[in-house]
Design a protein around this ligand. Structure first.
Ligand code: SAM
Length: 277
């Protein structure tokens, strides 16, 4: 019997293959190749340019960890900006946080938002929340127009390819710094310590030039390259490692112990960011 498998090449020498039950959507958008498939192992899966963006089975880890570390270590995270994140998962976590009053999502590719509405209702449910604003625009241009406005900025981008290359640049991080209030925090997804040490070095190093406090934390996401993923935080005032709020919502991955533990890094990761020097 013919079987269909989708393979993401996590490195030129490593493929991550999933058995497909059904192909729901395949299209070339103005920015990237978009595919939505149903896999036997992880349920529905969104792929952009052949890279896994989110799946039913493990999306909660990424979305809870890119949002709740900053939201719970900032005393008053009222106004949140999300760059990228067109699947809606980070927005969902932001609007359900009691302190958040407004969360703005700026996604460059409207087709990603449409695919999320059609095939990922658990993620896109947040698009119609009264606290949510959804803007289709280039996040780099959007941030450059903002001054001293946000408490938290989350950069939920793809890998540094195509429209996302500049989202890892010092100019973009500096513009984020200016768009944040005096006590604001920036969080960016910064890739795998096993396969993308250069991207971590670049993001961490650039953020460290701009923010008084820079830290890195980890989470395990089975469908992401190497299964171990990093996030880099730039903070103007508060220590992101210290949770200030108790989460009223019972989450599936994030909790206060995970919050603190996520910053305890293995030696090889500390080496990447130069923390062992
Ligand atoms: N969690 C995923 C990951 O870590 O790979 C990312 C998910 S989210 C779907 C990534 C989104 O960033 C994509 O929808 C992409 O279109 C968007 N994006 C890329 N460059 C962008 C830019 N310059 N401005 C706004 N959104 C951008």
């Amino acid at each position: 019997m013919l079987e269909l498998w989708v393979t993401e090449y996590q490195t030129p020498a490593l493929g991550f293959s999933c058995k497909i039950v059904e192909t729901l959507k395949v299209e070339q958008t103005a920015f990237q190749h978009l595919a939505v498939v149903v896999t036997e192992q992880f349920g529905r899966m969104l792929l952009l340019d052949g890279m896994v963006m989110t799946t039913d089975a493990d999306e909660f880890v990424y979305h809870e960890m890119i949002t709740n570390i900053a939201l719970n270590s900032h005393p008053n995270p009222q106004n949140v900006l999300i760059i990228g994140g067109g699947d809606g998962g980070a927005l969902r976590e932001a609007v359900r946080h009691p302190q958040v009053k407004q969360a703005t999502l700026v996604e460059i590719d409207g087709q990603v938002i449409e695919a999320a509405k059609q095939y990922f209702p658990e993620l896109s449910c947040s698009f119609t929340d009264p606290k949510a604003r959804v803007v289709v625009d280039d996040g780099i241009a959007y941030v450059q127009q903002k001054q001293n406005e946000f408490d938290i900025i989350l950069v939920d981008s793809t890998e540094p390819v195509g429209p996302a290359v500049q989202l890892f640049s010092p100019e973009f991080y500096r513009a984020c710094g200016a768009a944040l209030k005096d006590d604001g925090m920036l969080v960016v997804q910064s890739e795998s310590p096993f396969f993308n040490a250069n991207v971590i070095k670049q993001a961490y190093g650039n953020i460290q030039q701009i923010f008084p406090l820079t830290k890195l934390y980890l989470a395990s996401i089975p469908t992401y390259p190497s299964g171990l993923w990093s996030f880099t935080v730039g903070s103007k005032k508060y220590d992101p490692e210290q949770p200030l709020h108790k989460n009223e919502n019972i989450l599936k991955y994030y909790n206060e112990d995970i919050h603190r533990a996520a910053f305890k890094l293995p030696g090889f990761v500390s080496d990447i960011i130069g923390a062992n020097k």
